[in-house]
Design a protein around this ligand. Structure first.
Ligand code: HEM
Length: 804
């Protein structure tokens, strides 16, 4: 900027041009900052040290390295020198220790990167105080002029308490508002050095701390857990080279191909703007209007209408990075990559009727399940696998790997397991951790890079942008749950809620006054993969993106008959809630491009004819490489942990046969299940032998849908008591209708018969999910029951129109 001639030169420019000899004499004022605090001898020492350090930086030696391709691929480390402590300081008075100030930061200190212990607080044995640390004498009454007099404005204690309360809420996430989190760790199976220099994969057995947040997408923060929806599966890896966030979903594809459409998608699925309904549901006009005009969403719709969108538990669903990423090794060689998480417990879902009922009796169903599993020591575990492929391979696929509406079928590129994720600690405080955590698709570390997926490009921008307002300013990376364990040192300063107290006067680079620190890391830091870009600037998509149905057909074709039936039923339900007939017909015309029986089934459910198939956006459909992919079925992953953590209800009433009750309970607990005695009310229940057990739950407070299996025990008196309660029939009906295993012992057979349930399937075979036994036959029968629970659901029992 030009100066007027009378304006004095900037002090920095003046001192920079002053020769070293112009050092002020002892006692002479050079600046208020230094002369007012430093004793003369120390100040002279400081001045000399500063000058000596600055002389080592005769010029910016790295400048030449800012130019040219070689420098870009292998940037040089920034020039730096050891800085004498005196110079690194903001002030020479830092040696004056105080209870509040402490003394000084050690060289390179970054206390924000220490474990969360540094911010955990505990009030045991402590007095109540204000936020200023003043002990509060009376927390019951506001300050008044006389017992019956007016409250006084000077009551700073009341005002502080109410003011803080008034500001307790922050904006919820614009999407994925409802979620639950947990801490844990990732353990690498092997070194992936040949493929990537990413820190978590550096060597076999390497442990990286993580925080994971699972979520629904559409509902508000207080909405139900069991909505039909995509689930977020976001993992923050606190690596020793900075935070890497793998912000994925439990479905490997997405609705749209380009970030430009994300706000439209979200506006369409969120409650309609005029009356703010429906909450946490896609079954309404605007969603189906939008997606039926966006045929690229067809593949995703198949997944969202499948049972994947109503998982039994966060612990029993897969996770996917969705986009194609790039892994980069030390030599700068890149491999394309898709990320997959698979739960050790297998993939299991609810039925729709069950999900609807659970949302009424326990809207926190998934949150509670995750919390209770971790508290009980049954730590959820997932295996991370990668699909690795080259650009050349990708170029040959019939679809584009930059298109997030496509998977790379496992038949084309197999999965390579690379490590495991274990969630072993619940947060101490939901708000401080789960609510304030800020995942970001842009958070990558050296060794992991983006591709040109146009959806990913929008995400790289969106997360930090939204978090600026959600978390109130640019320093939310300092909130403890977001702070990396890797040291953070840069020249960013100030802003709302700044926590770090930066030592020293240098907040720029290059510098000589801070010995060049913090200096650029050069090739040791994040170096973007140098993907060649030579093209016109366009608003368009590649031709391959125009094929919208092949993988929807693949998904549908890979489902078991029961899963296909569920998909048809889900479309039927959702579209029955759409009030505009033209939109219903439009969706069915899309489905006609996927599979004739799918379109016919949905049309039949809506009482309409199958319309003509929607015209395709591509002139000639490329031939799909894969026609069947068995692992796309949820049933492909039954899990390897038997009945561990399954919740089993045992109905009890006075007079339950004691011996059989104990036998069943002991065996189920030994197999790792959680057994609850459910009575007509909670409290003590006398057994047939006079002993007493405690009913932990009641028919009203823990309805049948909250359990994976049911035991109806023996004992004439107990059965008579249960039969007299209308809720018992509902209890059994729901278990039966939802295809869950039921163990029926002795006299309780009449309860099962009472609801008209058959133990024989439509094809005449025995229903393996219903185990009938006398008390004497129990040991064997319980083993069969355990097997039946491990199978999760007995779908053979299901009929589209429930018979019971
Ligand atoms: C252009 C497309 C997208 C945009 C603009 C976008 C934007 C956002 C925004 C603004 C949030 C809220 C973040 C916050 O307040 O902290 C969010 C959350 C989230 N997004 Fe996306 N998103 C997009 C696509 C996707 C895709 C494709 C996935 C899955 C791969 C995904 C997964 C998630 C997850 C898991 C969360 C919740 C993170 C958490 O638990 O805090 N998003 N997204």
């Amino acid at each position: 900027m030009a100066r007027t001639p009378k304006q004095p030169p900037a002090p920095k420019a003046k001192s920079a041009s002053r020769p070293a000899a112009a050092k002020p004499k002892a006692g002479q004022k050079r600046s208020t900052r230094s002369s007012s605090v430093a004793p003369p001898s120390q100040k002279a020492e400081l001045d000399a040290a500063v000058d000596k350090l600055a002389r080592r930086f005769t010029h910016n030696r790295e400048k030449a390295g800012e130019y040219g391709r070689e420098s870009a691929l292998s940037p040089a480390e920034g020039a730096h020198a050891d800085t004498p402590d005196l110079i690194a300081a903001s002030t020479v008075s830092e040696a004056n220790r105080g209870d509040k100030t402490g003394s000084r930061a050690g060289s390179g200190d970054s206390p924000g990167s220490a474990s969360l212990d540094r911010v955990r607080t505990d009030a045991q044995g402590q007095r109540l105080t204000t936020n200023q640390g003043v002990a509060i004498a009376d927390n019951q009454n506001s300050l008044k002029a006389g017992m019956r007099g007016p409250a006084l404005l000077k009551d700073f204690i009341l005002r502080e308490k109410i003011t803080h309360f008034d500001h307790e809420r922050i904006p919820e996430r614009i999407v994925h508002a409802r979620g639950s989190g947990a801490h844990g760790f990732f353990e690498a199976y092997d070194s992936l050095r040949a493929i990537t220099r990413a820190a978590p994969f550096a060597r076999a057995g390497k442990i990286t701390p993580v925080f994971v947040r699972f979520s629904t997408v559409a509902g508000e923060r207080g909405s139900k857990d069991t909505a039909r929806d995509v689930r977020g599966f976001a993992v923050k890896f606190y690596t020793d080279e900075g935070n890497w966030d793998l912000v994925g979903n439990n479905i490997p594809v997405f609705f749209i191909q380009d970030a430009m459409k994300f706000p439209d998608l979200v506006h369409a699925v969120k409650p309609e703007p005029h009356h703010a309904m429906p909450q946490a549901a896609s079954a309404h006009d605007t969603f189906w209007d939008f997606v039926s005009l966006m045929p690229e969403s067809t593949h995703m719709l198949m997944w969202v209408m499948s049972d994947r969108a109503i998982p039994r538990s966060y612990r029993m669903m897969q996770g996917f990075g969705v986009h194609t990423f790039r892994l980069v090794n030390e030599d700068g060689e890149a491999t394309l990559c898709k990320f997959h998480w698979a739960p050790k417990l297998g993939t299991h879902s609810l039925t729709w009727d069950e999900a609807v009922k659970i949302s009424g009796c326990d809207p926190d169903y998934h949150r509670r399940d995750l919390w209770e599993a971790i508290e009980s020591g049954a730590y959820p575990e997932y295996e991370l696998s990668v699909q690795l492929f080259s650009e050349a391979q990708a170029a040959k696929f019939s679809f584009d790997v930059l298109d997030s509406t496509k998977i790379v079928p496992e038949e084309l590129v197999p999965l390579t397991p690379v490590g495991r994720l274990v969630l072993n600690r619940n947060p101490d405080n939901f708000f401080a951790e789960t609510e304030q955590v800020a995942f970001c698709a842009a958070h990558v570390v050296p060794g992991i890079d983006f591709t040109n997926d146009p959806l990913l490009a929008g995400r790289i921008h969106s997360y930090v942008d939204t978090q600026l307002s959600r978390l109130g300013g640019p320093n939310f990376h300092e909130i403890p749950i977001n702070a990396p364990v890797a040291p953070v040192q840069n020249n960013q300063r100030d802003g709302l809620h700044r926590q770090a107290i930066h030592r020293g006067r240098v907040a720029y680079e290059p510098n000589s006054l801070g010995g060049g620190c913090p200096f650029q890391a050069g090739a040791a830091g994040f170096v973007s993969f140098p993907e060649p870009v030579r093209a016109d600037e366009l608003r368009a998509k590649p031709e391959k993106f125009a094929e919208h149905y092949n993988q929807a057909t693949l998904f549908y074709a890979s489902q078991s008959p029961i899963e296909k039936a569920h998909i048809i039923a889900a479309f039927r339900f959702e579209l029955s809630k759409v009030m505009v007939p033209a939109i219903r017909a439009r969706v069915v015309s899309m489905l006609a491009n996927v599979a004739p029986d799918l379109a016919a089934g949905v049309a039949d459910g809506l009482g309409i004819k199958v319309p003509d198939a929607m015209p395709r956006a591509i002139a000639r459909t490329p031939r799909a490489e894969v026609k069947q992919s068995p692992t796309l079925s949820l049933l492909a992953r039954p899990g390897e942990l038997g009945i561990q953590t399954r919740k089993i209800a045992v109905l009890v009433a006075p007079g339950v046969e004691a011996v059989s009750l104990r036998k069943v309970g002991d065996r189920l607990v030994a197999a790792g299940a959680t057994v609850r005695l459910v009575g007509p009310r909670v409290g003590p229940i006398a057994l047939s032998d006079g002993s007493v057990v405690e009913a932990e739950a009641s028919l009203e407070n823990e309805p049948s849908v909250l359990f994976d299996a049911l035991v109806l025990p023996d004992g004439e008196a107990a059965v008579a008591r249960l039969a007299s309660d209308g809720r018992v029939a509902e209890y059994i009906k729901d278990q039966y209708r939802h295809c869950k295993p039921i163990l029926v012992v002795g006299a309780s057979r009449s309860l099962l018969e009472g609801i008209g349930a058959s133990t024989v399937l439509a094809d005449g075979s025995e229903d393996a999910g219903i185990v009938l036994a006398t008390s004497k036959e129990l040991p064997d029968a319980v083993e069969r029951f355990v097997e039946a629970i491990a199978a999760h659901r007995h779908w053979q029992r299901e009929t589209d129109r429930p018979l019971v």
